[in-house]
Design a protein around this ligand. Structure first.
Ligand code: ADP
Ligand code: ASP
Ligand code: MG
Length: 432
């Protein structure tokens, strides 16, 4: 008998038929004698609708459309969480009901009932504690625990959410706390591909991918797993199997290795992977925005002032480029999530006197494309190859950032697809 955590994403619980299908996968594992916890997302599209309602209630969208900027983009994030967390409450109850109707013992759990504690960074809270004793006792007693993903409870007993895509993190955190044998992430693709298979049909599925590479893939835009979930899986050595909820619940007679490979992609430690390409995957992100501060004073403390103000507002900054322009001045360009652009501009406008700059610009017409692979550690020249291939296609690079196993470039959004396809072929990833 194993202890398993199964997670079903939005498309996998999009309607009652899909929920019934998910329930059959759960029942298969429960019937095999495993102790099972299931983490569910909201029904596909539900979270987006709730976010739109929040913005409409606050009147921010209307104010923006009318050209008025007097209303702040900074609404009360605690109320955002109260609204947006509700999508998962619905699916957890529905899946528990469907399981019961199939004769499987099950009950739903909201974040606050477990409890899954978080910090108070509402909208993108971090998990600070997870009590699983009662949950585990009931699971070992044959009751399936159906958990509302994405949500927890913050100090002051307020509902919190873990950031978009956060159900993955709920699932991995739960698997770690339960010392589960595996965390199966059921989604609408049958594993992790060399790049987004919806964009590049020649992409192929990886049997295994290392935590390090998956972390870079996720943080550079491959939304198949939320970045934090991979971070946590790596720290706690949780074996994550990304697989498809569209596989027939009886698995159509398919057999898998003991570790689940064959059914999906196993995210695991690097030393468990035998064959390695120099580049394992290409990721792209279109949800970043570029902010440029023109003519910033070239003196100590300015960057600290800019990025300090953004950090205080819980806005994450990704790529940063600083160019020396006219004597004594620099231009500062950086990227933030598009969803944070209005707030970032507002924060910087308010801090204008403290920072001191001539002009402030924001743009969302950009894309970030990244090549990722642990093989880069021991191979020189990957960056040069990448830049010349892009140049041959006439693609201009606006910013570059690198890590030991990743090279990212910021380009015009119109060229995103072309860049991804070009790099996918360049590094020998096209399926033959
Ligand atoms: P869920 O609702 O199950 O959480 P997501 O939409 O968050 O699913 O993530 C799955 C999607 O991730 C896929 O439909 C696919 O388009 C996209 N994706 C992006 N990059 C990759 C990749 N390298 N491998 C697999 N899927 C990817
Ligand atoms: N429902 C949430 C979202 O759409 C969380 C998740 O699906 O993981 O972001
Ligand atoms: Mg997701």
């Amino acid at each position: 008998m194993s202890l398993l955590v199964l997670k079903f994403g939005g498309t996998s619980v999009a309607d009652l038929d899909r929920i019934r299908n998910a329930a059959r996968h759960v029942k298969r594992e429960a019937d095999a004698g495993h102790a099972v916890a299931v983490v569910v997302s909201a029904m596909a599209g539900a979270t987006n609708q709730l976010v739109a309602l929040v913005e409409e209630a606050w009147g921010y969208k209307a104010a923006k459309q009318n050209g008025g900027s007097e209303l702040s983009a900074q609404y009360d994030c605690r109320e955002y969480d109260a609204v947006v967390a509700s999508g998962e409450q619905v699916t957890s109850g529905l899946l528990a009901l469907v399981l019961q109707s199939m004769g499987v013992k099950a009950r739903s759990w909201q974040g606050w009932q477990i409890p899954l504690h978080t910090d108070d960074a509402h909208r993108a809270a971090r998990i600070t504690g997870l009590a699983v004793d009662e949950l585990k006792t009931r699971m070992l007693d044959g009751e399936v625990a159906v958990i509302a993903g994405f949500q927890g409870i913050a100090p002051g007993n307020r509902i919190s959410t873990l950031g978009r895509g956060g159900s993955d993190t709920s699932a991995v955190a739960l698997a770690a706390a339960l010392s589960a044998d595996r965390c199966d992430v059921y989604t609408d693709v049958d594993g992790v591909y060399t790049t987004d298979p919806r964009l590049v049909p020649k992409a192929h599925r990886l049997d295994r991918i290392s935590y390090e590479e998956m972390l870079e893939m996720a943080s550079q835009g491959a939304k198949v797993l939320q970045t934090r979930s991979v971070e946590l899986a790596m720290q706690r050595s949780v074996r994550v199997l990304v697989r498809s909820s569209f596989d027939p619940p009886d698995l159509g007679g398919r057999t898998a290795e003991a570790d689940g490979t064959g059914l999906g992609t196993l995210v695991c430690h690097e030393d468990e992977i035998v064959e390695q390409n120099v580049v394992s995957g290409i990721a792209y992100a279109r949800d970043e925005a570029k902010v440029t501060l023109l003519k910033v004073a070239d003196k100590p403390g300015v960057a600290a002032q800019v990025f300090g103000s953004l950090a205080t507002a819980n806005i994450n900054v990704d790529m940063i480029v600083q160019n020396v322009s006219e004597a004594g001045y620099t231009d500062l360009t950086f990227t933030v999530q598009s969803a944070d652009l209005d707030r970032a501009l507002e924060v910087l406008r308010k801090a204008k006197d403290k920072i001191g700059y001539a002009d402030l610009r924001g743009s969302t017409d950009i894309a970030k494309v990244s090549a990722i692979g642990v093989g880069m550690r021991s191979h020189a020249g990957v960056a040069a190859q990448m830049f010349s291939a892009l140049a041959e296609k006439g693609i201009n690079i606006e910013a570059i950032s690198t890590s030991e196993i990743k090279i990212s470039v910021l380009i015009d959004a119109a060229y995103a697809e072309l860049a991804v396809r070009t790099l996918h072929s360049l590094f020998g990833l096209d399926s033959r």
